[in-house]
Write a protein that binds this ligand. Structure first.
Ligand code: ADP
Length: 872
């Protein structure tokens, strides 16, 4: 009965063994699959031979079955271990397997010939004892050797699979559990057999059957030989990127070969410090250098989508960035080189244009002069032509200068306070004559509610408007041109100004709308034939708008007209809003012109005949020219004027004499205005009420409040404007009624027009009118021009010294004084340059001063040369 059951079990075992063999064979070919197939083949042979053996009835047949069985038994464990090693990627030297294979093959040879010697079996016989008739034998030395090897292999197998099982997670662990049990069962059975517990029954084949069942389950249920899985693993293992996987608690789960190569410390397992340092970076990006290469670590999360995206761990991707970095560096280097080249080109252009501008100014200046001296006749017509052509040429040069300044990064915005209404008025008055000449209607409209006083680069805003309007004029033959201003947005004390210029001109094709904003791009050659242009205007408008955090856009219907819209941010200085301001020349051109002219002269108030006979004032300024201008102006009102060129000197004078007002320059070397004021107030109680007026070149709103808070009684901006000065004089003194002689002289000057004596200055671009106005009269102007010229070498030396000693504070004070001195004589160009240096000094942009010093000096010398040649 037991025998029959055993027989049935064994037959089932044979079937299971066969099924396993088929299952494994059906899987896609891989190295592991091949080894497992051999293992299953061996197992099948073992189980089949044992089934045959217990069913034999003679010793000879049993011997054949035994020999057949050893064909499988000799190798089954060896191949099973080889499979496990290959599956787990355990590093077992191939030589060991080769040795074992040789040993087992030799043993097989011994077994095959066991009747002829006593090395394996001794005394082989047939016995009827026990459950069934079977062979019996005594064991020889080789038998024990084989058993020892089998036990060792099984132990090795169980330990290795158990170790891997503990290390792995998920499906991998499940597979290894089955593999461990598949080794453990036959191991136990073998030990039981060797201990003789089961008398003559050998349970090892049954153990092998169990293993077969487990392997089949593993293959079918857990995809043990899933090739795609293997491929994925291979890719992960062999990819050129390092991969490290950790769980939520930063326990190392896996590191591929590349990761171990880059960070050899990973080889030894999970060093928690190392893992922390790799994964704890908040930015989730770390740079490491290994073997002369740069790697970047990017961390990504492993989320479990089936569990509402729970985070299961992190993957660190170690990317080799060496090539990318080298490439990027090369690109940056090339970009720098290209930038340097364009800066050099732009700087050359800027210099050239600047050089050309000077003689151009002379040509226009002299043409102006000729026209003033000889307004009628044939010659004047020619001169008029020269003047017009020169203006066009100058315009072009200015555009090139602008664009090259923008390109070389030298274009800086100069923020000043300005009135939007005045700006519009100036712009309209400039373009109106051209519109009239072309018989075009010019309309303008500034919406109600816009802030009246703004701070920004008013000059550039004006340039934007003029550029757009002159284009509209150029490209419109009939119809109208509209300039519209409105507030698009307001936030944090700033207004987004929207300037729209609309025309009924030739329009722009859809495909050209992009490129017209590029440099030197012009469109529609045929239609525009005969229209002057460089293709720079819109590029300049765009760059300027962008510098003011703004934008420019165009809408156009080809053949019907265009609309350009510029939006720029400007600071609001005054909460006061203006009324709607609009006009048009279509109904009554004269009216509009008249209106403009009226409004333009709005500010030029009639000068009152003020006189202050009993007034004594002190003017303190470190710059001689400024001193002369101020004292000249004050004398014009009959005031007695003392001057001091430093704070220290002024203190002495104030102690000795009673002054009605002290005009104190705010920026002076050594003892500045604020310190001097403090010293004056500390001189005693009687000095507490002495009116001290700050002289400053900053004409922006808010300065007055700042000056008052510093203890000054009022402030006056340089260059001094007569109405402002008069206001101060009236505030702190009592005018008498006697008219001044100087006033009479001034009237005379106005009648005469500009004196030819100043033609040289005019030609050199001096604003002679402003000079005369500021200095009071012709004589005072000439005198101040002389002082300016005489003090120049000293100024130059001081500036150079301050620069060489890197004393930029002093440099800024000196240049500040030179700025207003230059503005006082009408040398506006040099005054503007000085302003840029002063701004740079205040902003700490010392490099700008170093770079631009030479250019500044050249310009300064040119001004001096003009003064020397004028012989006043
Ligand atoms: P340009 O000096 O040639 O006027 P711009 O940069 O100012 O250079 O303009 C570039 C091109 O854009 C012009 O050549 C012209 O074809 C087109 N353009 C500009 N403004 C207008 C406009 N108001 N109407 C039609 N075309 C215009």
């Amino acid at each position: 009965m037991v025998y029959s059951i055993l027989n049935i079990v064994l037959i089932i075992g044979v079937l299971v063994g066969f099924a396993t063999l088929v299952t494994v064979a059906k899987q896609n070919a891989s190295e592991s699959q091949n080894i497992l197939m051999i293992t299953c083949g061996c197992a099948f042979v073992s189980i089949l031979s044992y089934t045959l053996e217990i069913n034999t009835t003679s010793l000879e047949a049993a011997k054949v079955a035994i020999k057949f069985g050893y064909l499988g038994k000799s190798f089954v464990m060896l191949f099973f271990l080889m499979f496990l090693a290959s599956y787990c990627k355990a590093n077992i030297p191939k030589g060991i397997f080769a040795l074992l294979f040789i040993f087992n093959t030799a043993l097989l040879g011994i077994i095959m010939t066991f009747e002829r010697h006593e090395l394996y079996y001794k005394n082989v016989r047939w016995t009827e004892e026990g459950l069934f008739a079977h062979t019996a034998f005594d064991r020889g030395i080789c038998y024990w050797m084989f058993m020892a090897v089998m036990v060792c292999l099984l132990l090795w197998y169980v330990i290795l699979s158990f170790y891997e099982m503990v290390r792995r997670r998920g499906i991998e662990r499940k597979r290894l559990i089955l593999l461990t049990v598949a080794g453990f069962v036959p191991a136990c059975f073998l030990v039981l057999y060797l201990l003789g517990v089961l008398s003559n029954f050998d349970p090892v084949p049954l153990g092998i059957v169990t293993s077969c069942a487990l392997i089949t389950t593993n293959v079918v249920k857990y995809g043990l030989l899933d090739t795609m899985q293997l491929v994925k693993e291979q890719i992960i293992e062999n990819t050129s990127e390092g991969l490290i996987v950790v769980d939520n608690n930063e326990n190392l789960l896996f590191a591929n070969a590349m990761a171990k190569q880059i960070i050899p410390a990973l080889e030894g397992g999970a060093d928690s410090g190392l893992i922390k340092s790799l994964f704890s970076n908040q930015k989730r990006e770390t740079v490491i250098n290994a073997g002369g290469r740069n790697y970047e670590i990017r961390i990504s999360q492993i989320t479990d989508e089936s569990h509402s995206g729970d985070i299961r761990g992190y993957v660190a991707w170690i990317l080799d960035m060496t090539f990318v970095n080298e490439y990027a560096e090369e690109m940056i280097r090339l970009r720098h080189e290209a930038e340097k080249a364009t800066i050099a080109k732009s700087s050359f252009l800027a210099h050239m244009s600047h050089e050309i501008r000077t003689p151009m100014n002379a040509i226009i200046g002299f043409s102006d002069l000729c026209l003033k001296l000889e307004p009628e006749g044939q010659l004047s017509e020619y001169v008029e032509n020269i003047r017009e052509s020169s203006k066009t040429l100058l315009n072009l040069i200015n555009e090139i200068l602008d664009i090259s300044k923008i390109e070389s990064g030298k274009m800086q915005l100069v923020d000043i306070e300005y009135s939007m209404k005045s700006l519009v008025r100036e712009v309209i008055s400039e373009v109106l004559p051209q519109a009239e000449a072309k018989n075009l209607t010019l309309r303008f409209r500034m919406e109600r509610g816009m802030p009246s006083q703004l701070k920004g680069d008013g000059m550039r805003v004006k340039e934007i408007m003029l550029n757009l309007l002159s284009n509209a004029l150029k490209y419109t033959r009939e119809g109208y041109i509209l300039l519209k201003l409105r507030e698009a947005e307001r936030k944090e004390g700033k207004v987004l100004l929207e300037i729209t210029v609309k025309d009924t001109g030739i329009g722009i094709k859809e495909e050209d709308k992009e490129r017209i904003f590029r440099k030197f791009e012009q469109t529609d050659g045929q239609k525009n034939y005969g229209v002057e242009g460089t293709g720079l205007g819109l590029a300049i408008v765009k760059s300027m708008a962008e510098m003011m955090d703004g934008s420019v856009e165009v809408e156009s219907t080809y053949g019907k007209g265009s609309l350009f819209r510029v939006r720029i941010w400007q600071e609001i200085l005054d909460e006061k809003t203006s009324e709607e301001y609009s006009g048009s020349n279509d109904e009554d051109a004269k009216d509009m012109l008249g209106q403009l002219k009226d409004s333009l002269s709005e500010n030029k108030e009639e000068k009152k005949s003020l006189h202050f006979k009993d007034m004594t004032v002190l003017v303190v300024d470190d710059n001689l020219v400024n001193l002369r201008v101020a004292s000249g102006l004050l004398k014009y009102y009959g005031i007695q004027v003392d001057v001091a060129s430093s704070g220290k000197e002024s203190l002495k004078l104030i102690k000795d004499k009673n002054y009605n007002i002290v005009f104190l320059d705010q920026m002076m070397p050594e003892m500045d205005g604020v310190e001097t004021l403090k010293n004056i107030r500390n001189m005693g109680e009687s000095y507490h009420d002495l009116p001290v007026v700050a002289l400053t070149a900053n004409a922006i709103v808010g300065v007055r409040e700042e000056m008052l808070s510093l203890g000054f009684d009022d402030y006056l901006s340089k260059p001094i404007e007569l109405p402002d000065l008069e206001e101060i004089l009236i505030k702190f003194g009592n005018p008498d009624d006697e008219p001044s002689k100087e006033e009479a002289q001034d009237t005379k000057r106005e009648e005469k027009g500009i004196d030819p004596e100043f033609s040289g200055l005019l030609a050199a671009g001096f604003d002679v009118d402003a000079g005369l106005r500021i200095c009071g009269d012709k004589e005072a102007y000439k005198e101040i021009l002389n002082v300016y010229r005489e003090s120049a070498p000293d100024q130059q030396e001081k500036l150079l010294r301050a620069l060489n000693e890197e004393d930029f504070e002093r440099y800024t004070i000196l240049i500040h004084a030179l700025k207003s001195a230059s503005a006082s004589i009408g040398a506006n160009d040099i005054s503007k340059l000085a302003l840029a240096h002063e701004k740079a000094g205040k902003a700490g942009d010392h490099q700008y001063i170093r770079d631009e010093f030479h250019t500044f000096m050249e310009e300064y010398k040119k001004v001096i040369k003009v003064l020397e040649e004028s012989h006043f």
